[in-house]
Write a protein that binds this ligand. Sequence first.
Ligand code: AP5
Length: 211
Amino acid sequence: MRMILVGPPGAGKGTQAAKLVETFRIPHISSGDMLRAAVREGTALGKQADGFMKAGHLVPDDVVIGMVVERIGKPDAAAGFMLDGFPRTEPQAAALDRAMAAAGYQLDAVVLIEVAYGLIVDRVTGRRSDPETGEIFHVTFNPPPAAVAGRVVQRKDDTLEAVTQRLEKYHSETVPIIPFYEAKGLLRRVDGVGTPAEVTARITTALRSAR
Ligand code: AP5
């Protein structure tokens, strides 16, 4: 299975990917997680990306494309992968297409998780994550257990100001790639409102029909 998870910030892509990789046994390749790791490690790429991310802007295409194309070429991705947060611009979608054609890979599905914009600010500003395991929580919808609550952290781009920017970028840069995948017959729209388990069940059903 080679698939992409698309959706606005806070749609639940990371939450769902964590569940789905267990079912489909493929690596979860999140461009956001890769960039955050590079920022933490202080690499040249991380230094370049940090300012864009904090402000809620997209990291330039040339930086992100090289990073993800290299990642999907690794041996653990040879039998399949779940991309999360990439592609999110037209040049990224075109670059992925070229890289997959060169590798002889075919995409099986693109899952669009749809959540009304009114719900997104609450989801994003209430998000917390465990720096030790990467597990995602929410102060109200999925509170961390007592043993973890003392160490959870908030992302620097989960402020109201940055999420407003991220939503604008989603609209102007990412929404335009959706018709590209719809025209290829790969797009599966999934309602992202409900419990995380309900959303996982919807995605799993959509993916089974894609195979
Ligand atoms: P990235 O990390 O990709 O962020 P994003 O796309 O904005 O998505 P999020 O991680 O905010 O949300 P999510 O959909 O994963 O939701 P989650 O499951 O956590 O990118 C961050 C930044 O990196 C970008 O702004 C950009 O600067 C840069 N970047 C990354 N990729 C790039 C690229 N390709 N090109 C250029 N720049 C790039 O859930 C959110 C919250 O909601 C959590 O608290 C969760 O507990 C809760 N929740 C989840 N599901 C539910 C549910 N069903 N009901 C109630 N609450 C729920």
